[in-house]
Design a protein around this ligand. Structure first.
Ligand code: UT7
Length: 334
C-alpha cells in the first residue's frame, strides 16, 4: 500500500468584497450581530460579468496548486471535484476542469457532501493513491453561493454566513510514508432537512414550486435550523477528531495545526477550548471569507501553508461537519 501526500495547494476568491455593512443595506441585519454570532467580517461574492463560476474558480485554484506541485496537466490521473453549487445540475464540474486545464481523458468525479465535501474528496483521492491505481489526483473544493442566497431579511439567518471561493490540492503518491495517515467519514441522513436546498430538484420541480409559491419558505433558497446544526457540529467535530487521533495512537498534544471547516468562528473556538489548543494550533479565516462550504478547508489550508504554519513533519488535522448531516476528519503527517 502506498501513502498519499499533499504536494501543492492553491486558492482563489473573487475580488468583490462584501462587508457586513454592505449586507445591512439589503436586509435587516448589522455588523455587530454577524460578528458576535459568527465571527465573520466580510466575504467574497462573484460579481456578474467577472468571469467566475464554480468551475472557473476551481480551475484558478487548481492551476496554482499544480504549479506549486511542479506538475503539468498531463501528470494528473484523476480529478475529484467537491461542491454543492455546481454550474449545472449535470454534468458536474470535474469534467469541465479536465477540459479547461487541457488534461488527458482522465477520470473526473464529483463529490456532493456540502461542508464535508473536501474531506470526503480527499478521502476518495487517498484511496485511489493508496491502492496504486493513480499517482497524482487533483482535489478541488469550490462554491458559488452568492447567486443562490436569499439576500432579503427573510433569508438573513443563512445568507450572511456563506461566501464564494475555491481551493485545491494535489495529492500524490508518497515514497517516504509521510502524508495522509487516515481519513474518517460519517453521515446521519435523519437530519437531512436541517440544512438543505429543497428545489428545484427531481423531488420538487419548477412548475410545482411556481404553483405553490409559498411566501415564507421559498424552497429554492437554502434553509437551516441554525441552533440545531450548531449543537450537532460541536459534538461531531470533537468525536471525529478524537477518532482520527485514536486510530493513529496520537494525542491532542501531538496536533501542530487543526484546520476546521470554517462554519462559524464560535464553533472553531469551542472546539479549540474543548481540546485546550492554543490560537497558534487552530487556523481560522472565516472572518474574511465566511463559510465557503467545500472550499473552506482548502482555502484555509492554503493560507496556513502560505503563512508558513504548515511545516514538514507537522501533524495537521482537518475536520468538517455540515449538511446531510455528514462529517469527517483527515489526519496528516506533513
Ligand atoms: O457549515 C455547515 C454547518 N453550518 C453551521 O455550522 C452553522 C451553525 N449555526 C450557526 O452558526 C448559528 O446558529 C447562526 C449563526 C446561523 C445563528 O446564530 P444563533 O445564535 O443560533 O441565532 P438564532 O438563529 O438563534 O437567532 C437569534 C436571533 C433571532 O431573533 P429573535 O427570534 O431572537 O428575535 C433571529 O431572527 O437573531 C435573529 N437573526 C438575525 N439578526 C440579525 C437571525 N439572523 C440574523 C441576522 N442579523 N443575520
Amino acid at each position: 500500500m502506498y501513502t498519499s501526500k499533499i504536494i501543492g495547494l492553491g486558492k482563489y476568491v473573487p475580488e468583490n468584497v462584501v462587508t457586513n455593512d454592505d449586507l445591512a443595506k439589503l436586509m435587516d441585519t448589522n455588523d455587530a450581530w454577524i460578528q458576535e454570532r459568527t465571527g465573520i467580517k466580510e466575504r467574497r461574492h462573484i460579481k456578474k460579468g467577472d468571469g467566475n463560476s464554480t468551475t472557473i474558480m476551481g480551475v484558478k485554484a487548481a492551476t496554482i496548486a499544480l504549479d506549486r506541485a511542479k506538475l503539468l496537466p498531463d501528470d494528473i490521473d484523476m480529478i475529484v471535484f467537491a461542491t454543492l453549487s455546481p454550474d449545472m445540475y449535470f454534468p458536474g464540474g470535474g469534467v469541465e476542469v479536465q477540459h479547461l486545464m487541457g488534461m488527458r481523458t482522465i477520470a473526473a468525479l464529483d463529490v456532493r457532501n456540502q461542508c464535508s465535501g473536501f474531506v470526503y474528496a480527499l478521502s476518495v483521492a487517498d484511496q485511489f493513491i493508496k491502492t496504486g491505481m493513480y499517482k497524482n489526483v487533483l482535489v478541488i473544493g469550490s462554491e458559488n453561493h452568492s447567486g443562490g442566497l436569499d439576500l432579503s431579511s427573510r433569508g438573513r439567518g443563512v445568507s450572511v454566513i456563506f461566501g464564494d471561493g475555491a481551493g485545491a490540492a494535489i495529492l500524490s503518491r508518497s515514497e517516504d510514508k509521510t502524508g495522509i495517515l487516515s481519513t474518517h467519514l460519517h453521515s446521519e441522513g435523519e437530519h437531512k432537512d436541517q440544512l438543505a436546498l429543497q428545489g428545484p430538484s427531481t423531488g420538487y420541480w419548477v412548475p410545482e414550486i411556481i404553483a405553490d409559491n409559498p411566501q415564507e419558505n421559498i424552497p429554492y433558497y437554502p434553509v437551516m435550523n441554525g441552533q440545531f446544526v450548531f449543537k450537532h457540529a460541536i459534538t461531531r467535530f470533537a468525536e471525529v477528531i478524537n477518532e482520527g487521533l485514536e486510530e493513529n495512537e496520537l494525542n491532542v498534544s501531538d496536533i501542530d495545526l487543526l484546520v476546521p471547516h470554517q462554519a462559524n468562528l464560535r464553533i472553531s473556538q469551542m472546539i479549540q477550548h474543548k481540546f485546550k489548543l492554543t490560537d497558534d494550533q487552530v487556523y481560522n479565516n472565516i472572518q474574511r471569507y465566511g463559510n465557503t462550504t467545500a472550499a473552506s478547508i482548502p482555502i484555509a489550508l492554503t493560507e496556513a501553508w502560505e503563512e508558513g504554519k504548515v511545516k514538514d513533519g507537522d501533524l495537521v488535522v482537518l475536520a468538517a461537519f455540515g449538511s446531510g448531516f455528514t462529517w469527517g476528519s483527515v489526519i496528516i503527517k506533513w
